[in-house]
Ligand binder design. Structure first.
Ligand code: SAM
Length: 268
């Protein structure tokens, strides 16, 4: 573990208007445009060469176009993956004729897992276990300290920390019902002082917490910082894994190892 520096990169805001502010609509636009280009290729191939191109090549062309258009539309890298896989998944479900019940179950699980991602622009992905010693090192030893993971996913961060600090209180707040339910059940059996709430962290009052931890996305940081700054008590800590606050220098940047994301720490 290494404290690297106290400077953060300056971030940039995307100023876009209308419906295309939401990445989900840009992703949809990319698929529609990629489909139009693939259809044009299919049409020209059929007209000029009598249909030489094999279907998998057309599918690959569609997937590649959707990724390239996603890059042009400034979608994040994880959208590129989704965009590439999506056409193959659609064709596979048609070819293998998945039972409608299975498709519905997968769809419902995805909805319960990703819930408001289209609005918050923060999908679920877990932090690495190498993060925990970095948080513990910065966590004050004070008894009854109150720590909250905003966007707590399946609850791993707060539950693990509560096992190392039995006299401190750990919380999590999560918007998506499925990960929240799992974290709530895990808390019942964990034995530590840990609780999880099914809520939007934007509706929470941060003044009751000594440490707020977040692993969200670049899109969430400017509004979050404004809220933290106006609500948290002086001397309390804000920690963000991987994502910095645009234009605000972190007091500490901690790297657990060279290949893992950094933990940024601000003293309010
Ligand atoms: C990247 S995951 C991090 C999970 C966990 N904190 C960890 O470190 O493993 C971000 C989580 O934040 C949740 N989330 C996004 N916006 C939220 C909001 N406004 N209120 C509560 N949870 C939110 C998402 O549903 C997702 O589960």
């Amino acid at each position: 573990m290494q404290v690297v520096a106290s400077k953060t990169r300056k971030g940039k805001f995307l100023h876009e208007a209308g419906i295309l502010v939401l990445p989900v609509f840009r992703a949809l636009l990319a698929q529609v445009l990629a489909f139009a280009l693939s259809y044009l290729l299919y049409f020209l191939d059929k007209r000029l060469f009598g249909g030489l191109l094999p279907p998998f090549l057309l599918l690959g062309f569609h997937a590649t176009c959707s990724v390239l258009i996603s890059v042009l539309l400034r979608l994040s890298w994880w959208w590129w993956l989704i965009q590439f896989i999506f056409p193959f998944a659609v064709v596979a479900s048609l070819v293998f004729q998945l039972p409608p019940g299975l498709s519905l179950a997968i769809f419902v699980l995805m909805v319960l897992l990703f819930w408001s991602t289209y609005r918050t622009q923060v999908p679920y992905f877990p932090s690495k276990s190498s993060l925990l010693p970095c948080i513990l090192e910065q966590l004050p030893q004070r008894e009854s300290l109150r720590f909250i993971d905003i966007g707590s996913g399946f609850g791993g961060v707060s539950i693990s920390l509560s096992k190392s600090r039995s006299s401190q209180c750990f919380y999590g707040v999560e918007l998506a019902p499925f990960p929240w339910l799992v974290s709530w059940l895990r808390a019942r059996f964990s034995g530590g002082m840990v609780q999880f709430y099914l809520r939007d962290y934007m509706d929470l009052d941060f003044s009751g917490f000594d440490v707020v931890f977040a692993y969200l996305s670049p899109a969430a940081m400017p509004d979050l910082w404004e809220k933290l700054h106006s609500e948290m008590r002086p001397g309390s800590l804000f920690m963000s894994y991987e994502f910095t606050v645009p234009g605000v220098e972190a007091d500490l940047i901690i790297n657990s190892n060279a290949n893992d994301p950094a933990l940024y720490v601000w003293r309010i």
